[in-house]
Every structure is written in structure tokens, then in C-alpha cells.
Design a protein around this ligand. Structure first.
Ligand code: DAH
Length: 353
């Protein structure tokens, strides 16, 4: 076989090897086998010395042609393999966007927080401040300074959770005032009057605790919104006007209010306020037990004895206070038959509001 014939065979073999390479690594192997230092074409070129001088130009041209053909084939194949490999890598790591996503259910605002926000907006709109009280309170703020000193019978109206210290005794502050979970938000009135400049126009929403087993109309923990106004010249007329406005904002302009005398230790006179029944419009039905009215809050004029505890002169200042149960208002507004539903955390119930 002449060298030119050998070159033709070599070219055919090399092109077959290139064609057969399935990966860039295999293609590189095929390239090295022909064009590498120990490659077959390199060996032939190195052997040029043994070619008679007159044939050298022909052989030189033929081997250069073979090299060019092989290099071009490698380049083509290499581009093809790289594209194919990129495509398969992309296919392997692709997201299947046709799969349904994993849902992360988010909660909803609880009905009770919704009502608190609504009441807060009403009172912010007429210039009141929102005050935050604390759920752990002392006997002094929860009872004594609200004109219910030790042994006052009104204390037994509210069964109280006391906080125990490590030895199991009721914890107390400065050896005098027992620590308890507040039974009412009214203690924030005392804190405010002790530390805020006059006049005071505030409401204070928050959680309270009582030793009551849960039933359709009682919960051991629930929410109240306390209200307090202290200014010069405040009258019972201001109290009625303010609460009537609040009720109409909350329940609708056609609802009426009425005030019945009642007793609270920290107000004098005291009253309970009723709103006309939303079910029968005031004619009397099962919901309002035939009376046409449902109770919504307690209120009254700040008792001068309470002013005495916080050094406010009752000859100069007067004030009114009120306290409403948020769960009760939620039930009235949305006809919820059982208070316990508010604590269940059942999204089917809560999502309705
Ligand atoms: N603290 C009272 C209760 O829990 C409600 C109340 C009544 C608050 C009259 C007041 C008020 O501020 O003036 O039953």
C-alpha cells in the first residue's frame, strides 16, 4: 500500500470513529488516536523522511487534506455533541410546572381581633387613644383602687385566678398586693389616671380571665374593651351620647340604646346598656327573651372614691367609664349561638367573617 492509500484508509477509519463517538469524551479519544502525539496520522507524517523526495509534495498535500477533513469532522461532531449534552442536562434539571403546587394555608384574622379593630377604629375616629394593659395584674389595680377593698362583696362576683410563687403560695408584690390574672380590663383605668396627663380619652382592649367553666355563654378567658374619659364638665349625657354613637356605628343606624341602673363598685351612678334586638327589631323574640333588648356593656360615672386613689380632684374633674365584652358583641353581631365556637380554631367557622 502506498502512503497515499494508507492515508485514505486512515481517513476512512478516523471518520468512522468520529461518527461513532457518543460523548465528547469519546470524541476526544478518537481525536487523540489520530492527531495526538502518538496518533496514527502523526506517525505517518513523522515517516516523511522515508518518502522519496519527488513524491513528498504529493504526500504532503494528501496528508494535509486528510488532517483538514478529520479536523472539520471533529469540529462538527463536537458542536453536535455539546448541544445534545446541554439539552439532556436541561431536561434532567427542568421544573415540571404542570404539577400542582404545595399550598401553604395562611390563617385569617380572627373574628375577635376583627371586632376589636372595628371598635378601636370607631373610637380613634372621635379622638380616643388606644392603651395596652397587662394581663397579669395586682389585686390593687384589679380590685382595691377600683373601690373594691378587701372583703368587698363585689370581689366575689368575679372568681379569680391567682398567680402562685415557687413555694405554692399566692405571689404578691411588696408583701401586700396579690398577683392575679386580671378579671376585667378596668385596672387600666387606674394605671392611666396615675400616669397620663389630663384630660384622658382612651379605650383599652385586652384579654381577661375568670374561674368559669366554658359553656355556651361563659369562657374562662375572653376579651373586653375598657373605655375611660376624664375631663372637666363630663356628664352622664356625654356617656349616653358616646355609647349610642358607638352602638350605631357598630350595629347600624337603626339600632337604639337604653340604660338600666346597675351596680359596679367603681362607678356611681352605674348602668348597663342594652341595644335593641337585631333579630326582631325590638318587638320581642326568643333571642331577646321577649324583651326587645339585649345587654351589651356596663358603664357609669367614675366614682369619686376612685379619683381619690389616683389624686384627681373630683370637684374639678368628672369622667365616665365603660366596659364591653368582645365575644358577646361578636355573638350579637353574627348570631353565633355558642361562645366556645370562638375558641375552637375551626377554619370553616372563622373564614366566614
Ligand atoms: N369591668 C366590668 C366587668 O367586667 C365592666 C364595666 C362596667 C367596666 C362598668 C366599666 C364600667 O368601665 O364603668 O363586668
Amino acid at each position: 500500500m502506498t502512503i497515499v492509500e494508507q492515508l485514505a484508509v486512515l481517513q476512512a477509519q478516523a471518520l468512522a470513529a468520529i461518527e461513532g463517538a457518543q460523548t465528547t469524551a469519546a470524541l476526544e479519544e478518537a481525536r487523540v488516536a489520530v492527531l495526538g502525539k502518538k496518533g496514527t496520522l502523526t506517525a505517518i507524517l513523522r515517516d516523511m523522511k522515508s518518502v522519496p523526495p519527488q513524491e513528498r509534495p504529493l504526500v504532503g498535500k494528501a496528508s494535509n487534506d486528510v488532517r483538514r477533513v478529520i479536523e472539520a469532522a471533529i469540529e462538527d461532531k463536537s458542536a453536535f455533541l455539546k448541544a445534545a449534552e446541554l439539552e439532556s442536562r436541561m431536561a434532567a434539571s427542568a421544573l415540571d410546572i404542570s404539577l400542582p403546587g404545595r399550598s401553604h394555608p395562611i390563617g385569617t384574622r380572627h373574628l375577635i381581633n376583627g371586632i376589636i379593630d372595628e371598635i378601636s377604629d370607631i373610637f380613634i375616629g372621635i379622638g380616643y387613644r388606644i392603651v395596652e394593659g397587662s394581663e397579669v395584674e395586682t389585686d390593687y389595680y384589679n380590685f382595691t383602687a377600683l373601690n373594691a377593698p378587701a372583703d368587698h362583696p363585689s370581689r366575689s362576683m368575679q372568681d379569680t385566678f391567682y398567680v402562685l410563687d415557687r413555694s405554692g403560695d399566692v405571689a404578691n408584690v411588696k408583701g401586700e398586693s396579690d398577683v392575679l390574672l386580671r378579671t376585667q380590663t378596668s385596672g387600666t383605668q387606674v394605671h392611666c389616671m396615675e400616669s397620663d396627663p389630663l384630660p384622658i380619652y382612651m379605650i383599652s382592649p385586652g384579654r381577661v380571665y375568670r374561674r368559669d367553666p366554658a359553656d355556651p355563654s361563659h369562657l374562662p378567658q375572653f376579651h373586653q374593651v375598657e373605655g375611660l374619659v376624664v375631663d372637666k364638665g363630663i356628664t352622664f349625657g356625654d356617656l349616653k351620647g358616646t355609647l349610642d354613637y358607638c352602638v350605631k356605628q357598630m350595629f347600624g343606624p337603626d339600632r337604639r340604646t337604653r340604660f338600666r341602673t346597675h351596680f359596679f363598685p367603681f362607678t356611681e351612678p352605674s348602668a348597663e346598656a342594652d341595644v335593641s334586638c337585631g333579630i326582631c327589631g325590638g318587638k320581642g323574640c326568643r333571642f331577646c327573651k321577649g324583651t326587645g333588648w339585649v345587654e351589651i356593656l356596663g358603664c357609669g360615672m367614675v366614682d369619686p372614691n376612685v379619683f381619690g386613689y389616683v389624686d384627681i380632684d373630683p370637684e374639678v374633674y368628672t369622667g365616665f367609664a365603660f366596659g364591653m365584652g368582645v365575644e358577646r358583641i361578636a355573638c350579637l353581631k353574627y348570631n353565633v349561638p355558642d361562645l366556645r365556637m370562638l375558641l375552637d380554631g375551626d377554619m370553616r367557622f372563622l373564614r366566614q367573617f
